[in-house]
Write a protein that binds this ligand. Structure first.
Ligand SMILES: NC(=O)c1ccc[n+]([C@@H]2O[C@H](COP(=O)([O-])OP(=O)(O)OC[C@H]3O[C@@H](n4cnc5c(N)ncnc54)[C@H](O)[C@@H]3O)[C@@H](O)[C@H]2O)c1
Length: 417
């Protein structure tokens, strides 16, 4: 199998979509130009398992410009854009194995098809390539140069594998990158979560009481955006430092038990389970909107909500379910309690993926350049890569900053001034 996509006739549409996204990805374009000159991936095969989107296509173009042989399968069958998949085959020489809505069997075959092409590097979003290599192809795993992992959940699993001494090759955990966390979690998720809530409900934020559960990277971004729209924001936390930060940032901070009775729109962003549960539903006001921005659909206890409503449940409009509880109070759940920014909106803008994927591209280069002295562990993104991506982004934004003078540098390095 050299590729497997839904319809090569969609390639033209896909190319337009890829070029559109490229317009908003100047950092990656800058990296691509350097790769083209330096060819860091000459003779290197890269296998990727990523969302098959226009932004991913621009990452792959960048790796290809650096001399890589590329193959791609989907990290989620529902996010595949068939037109992009077609264009990757016809216009960008990427062996692509992805069809939107493919079955679990086809998904597995496509992961195998990428591994059959003997990649030297894996670029994963959820550990599928690494897991298959370790479980089914240990000899092949032992020959790998390295890999990158895009998700926090994937990185956690890889760290467990490494702790057990069973990880066969070095992996860079891109999810921990400072540049990426700033752009993706705070600004990307902050904006797209609000976008998802608005697209699903078209509710007025101005004057609304919005409860944000979790004041981490995502929660800060969400709180900041909804305040900008005129909402009055309440934050709930379990970490006293984060709660203090929220209070000093000017938000009301209280327990969920208290917030449940007063909030009108609830957004969870904690990475934790059962943050909003039965006892909270019982005191919420009529028309309360419930949305989740955390990775898994466990933050709002949908089971408890379903049990409380019984048959008094209906789909009200796309991505909005109504649950009637008690004496007729309607609670509105968005996107089934799954990631609202992906379920009801388009997820991260290309400008955010520009930063995330520039980190990915530079991490791949770092793995190849240091291939002879990297232990088979999970490595953090080197600080130099984060700084370089931030520098490039500022340059593309036309923002200049100061540089340390020699005397400032030695002042900062000395202990006695
Ligand atoms: N929607 C997206 O596109 C997207 C993007 C990035 C991350 N995420 C996910 O969002 C979640 C949060 O990510 P983050 O980067 O903000 O994490 P983070 O660790 O920076 O912040 C999470 C915060 O939630 C708090 N918390 C934990 N349990 C809580 C509880 N019961 N009540 C109130 N607060 C609680 C923690 O103290 C912490 O301050 C994770 O699941 C992450 O995977 C989603």
């Amino acid at each position: 199998m050299t590729s497997d996509v839904a319809d090569l006739g969609l390639a033209r549409l896909g190319r337009d979509r890829i070029e559109w996204a490229d317009h908003y990805m100047p950092v990656l374009a800058t990296v691509r130009a350097r790769f083209e000159a330096e060819q860091p991936f000459a003779g290197v095969a890269i296998g990727a398992c990523l969302h098959v989107t226009a932004e991913t296509a621009n990452l792959l173009r960048t790796l290809r410009a650096g001399g890589a042989e590329l193959s791609l399968c989907a990290s989620n069958p529902l996010s595949t854009k068939d037109d992009v998949a077609a264009a990757l085959v016809t216009d960008y020489s990427v062996a692509t194995f992805a069809r939107r809505g493919e079955s679990a069997t086809a998904y597995g075959e496509h992961v195998a098809a990428v591994l059959d092409r003997s990649p030297d590097l894996t670029v994963d979003d959820g550990c599928d390539l690494v897991a298959r290599l370790h479980v089914e192809r240990p000899e092949q795993a032992a020959t790998m140069i390295g890999g990158t992992e895009d998700t926090t959940t994937g990185a956690i699993r890889l760290r467990s594998l490494a702790a057990a001494g069973a990880l066969s090759y070095p992996i860079v955990a891109v999810s921990g990158s400072a540049a990426r966390t700033l752009a993706d979690n705070r600004y990307g998720t902050g904006q797209s979560t609000v976008d998802g809530i608005l697209r699903a409900t078209n509710t007025l934020m101005a004057g609304a009481r919005v409860v944000v559960a979790g004041y981490g990277n995502c929660g800060r971004g969400i709180a900041e955006r909804v305040r900008g729209l005129g909402a009055s924001v309440i934050v709930t936390e379990v970490d006293p430092l984060r709660a203090l930060e929220a209070a000093l940032d000017g938000y009301q901070v209280m327990s969920m038990a208290e917030a449940a009775a007063t909030g009108e729109i609830f957004v969870t962003a904690t990475g934790n389970r059962d943050v909003i549960g039965r006892e909270h539903f019982l005191v919420m006001s009529d028309g309360a909107i419930l949305a989740n921005a955390g990775h898994f659909d466990v933050e709002i206890d949908v089971g408890a909500l379903t049990a409380l409503a019984g048959d008094a449940h209906r789909v009200l409009r796309p991505m909005v379910e109504e649950f009637v509880i008690g004496t007729g109070r309607r609670l509105l759940l968005l996107a089934e309690g799954r990631l609202v920014n992906l379920g009801a909106a388009d997820g991260n803008p290309a400008q955010v993926m520009d930063i995330s994927f520039a980190v990915q591209a530079l991490a791949c280069e770092w793995l190849v350049r240091h291939r002879d002295n990297l232990a088979p562990e999970v490595h953090d993104v080197p600080e130099a890569i984060d700084r370089e991506v931030a520098r490039l982004k500022l340059a593309t934004m036309g923002v200049g900053i100061d540089e340390l003078t020699d005397s400032q540098r030695s002042y900062l390095a000395s202990w006695n001034g």
